[in-house]
Design a protein around this ligand. Structure first.
Ligand code: SAH
Ligand code: SF4
Length: 357
């Protein structure tokens, strides 16, 4: 099955040596640097003999084929919908900020976690991605950043899927991104809905990546509804795993909180969140995300005013909180949205459907 498919960014250096059997030794370095430093296809590596370039392009197929590419925010946000080799579809978003350029990658096609407010969760699970399919999203975005006169500086696992439910490939991708694309661990963020065994395992890894936990509710009753995995790993267990991660890594972690009108944006929610955040050895930073509307979830996001008030309540409680700048709402840049709308209606019609700021 998918494990057997080896795409361009799945193969290891050793496997590349095998592909280049019979060629001079230095070719391995040449091709490897071509792939990861020049971000080039073998066919573009003019130092290689022409016949070899063609052979390599064929032997090392790309994993991602562009189905749709959209830009918004005056070119500062680029979103791709890709088809994988078997036709499965996933998304990647590149965001240029003044001080950094961040790519948001998918770790699975779809997601089995079933969070009701999330477009990916609504669509269900297709399959895990391979490490190479994840790494290639980073490489393609890095190349685009370079073409835009920028340098890719950050990777966040906040696209489709739950990275800790696809642990080995996601971690192999992290290691490859670190070692070969050259991003430091502090510029890589893994976001999880709260898969506790995965968090515990992450704490044993050598690379101290940033951990973002999608909390969304600070009491079990509400969290059971918003995030079904909470029934398996309730808040006490999750907070214990978070504390363990902090102790192992000495890094602050962050909580993600999508603000949903009347559901998790009440004063009480802010109070409970302050308590949870401050119960950790280092208080968690809270990222507030105004909820993006999705077709399968009737409740609306909190008003901009309520988002600011909620942030202020957290700050008054001594918790560091920021509001995530929304990007690319007109191109459905939130998790799972481009695919969902691409499958439902024509993308241009969608721009008219929810022109939020
Ligand atoms: N599965 C992982 C990573 C992918 S989701 C996780 O859940 O953390 C990335 C982030 O987008 C999560 O914080 C998730 O809660 C958030 N998200 C999902 N749907 C959203 C929506 N409709 N509006 C705002 N944020 C959303
Ligand atoms: Fe999966 Fe994350 Fe969406 Fe939940 S929020 S369904 S874990 S991608």
């Amino acid at each position: 099955m998918i494990g057997a498919r080896r795409t361009r960014y799945d193969i290891s250096r050793e496997e590349l040596s095998g592909v280049l059997a019979g060629q001079p030794r230095y070719r391995v370095d040449q091709v490897w640097e071509g792939l990861y430093e020049q971000l080039a296809a073998p066919g573009e590596l003019t130092a290689l003999p022409k016949a070899l370039r063609a052979t390599l392009d064929e032997a090392l197929p790309l994993a991602l084929e562009v189905v749709a590419e959209r830009t918004s925010d005056r070119g500062e946000t680029v979103k791709w919908l890709w088809a994988l080799g078997d036709g499965t579809r996933v998304e990647t978003v590149l965001m240029h900020y003044e001080e950094r350029s961040t790519v948001c990658v998918s770790s699975q096609a779809g997601c089995a976690m079933g969070c009701g407010f999330c477009a990916t969760g609504q669509a269900g699970f297709d399959r895990h991605l391979t490490a190479g399919e994840i790494v290639e999203q980073v490489v393609r975005a890095a190349r685009r950043a370079r073409d835009d006169g920028r340098r890719l500086s950050n990777v966040v696992f906040m696209g489709m899927g739950e990275p800790l439910a696809n642990y080995e490939p996601s971690w192999a991708a992290v290691e490859r991104i670190h070692a070969e694309v050259g991003l430091s661990a502090r510029h890589i963020t893994v976001s999880t809905v709260g898969v506790v065994p995965g968090i515990r395992r992450l704490a044993t890894e050598a690379l101290p990546v940033n951990l973002a936990v999608s909390l969304h509710a600070a009491d079990d009753e509400l969290r059971d509804q918003l995030v079904p995995i909470n029934r398996r790993y309730p808040l006490s267990t999750l907070m214990d795993a978070c504390a363990g991660y902090l102790q192992a890594k000495g890094r602050r972690l962050s909580f993600e909180w999508a603000l949903i009108d009347g559901v998790n944006d009440r004063d009480r929610d802010a109070r409970l969140l302050v308590e949870r955040s401050r119960s950790l050895p280092l208080p968690a930073h809270v990222n507030l995300i105004p909820l993006n509307p999705t077709p399968g979830y009737a409740v609306r996001g909190s008003s901009p005013r309520r988002v600011r008030d909620f942030r202020d309540l957290l700050r008054e409680g001594g918790v560091n909180a920021t509001i995530r700048r929304t990007r690319g709402t007109d191109i459905d840049a939130a998790c799972g949205q481009l695919r969902a709308t691409h499958e439902a209606v024509s993308a241009s019609a969608v721009v008219e459907l929810h022109p939020r700021g």
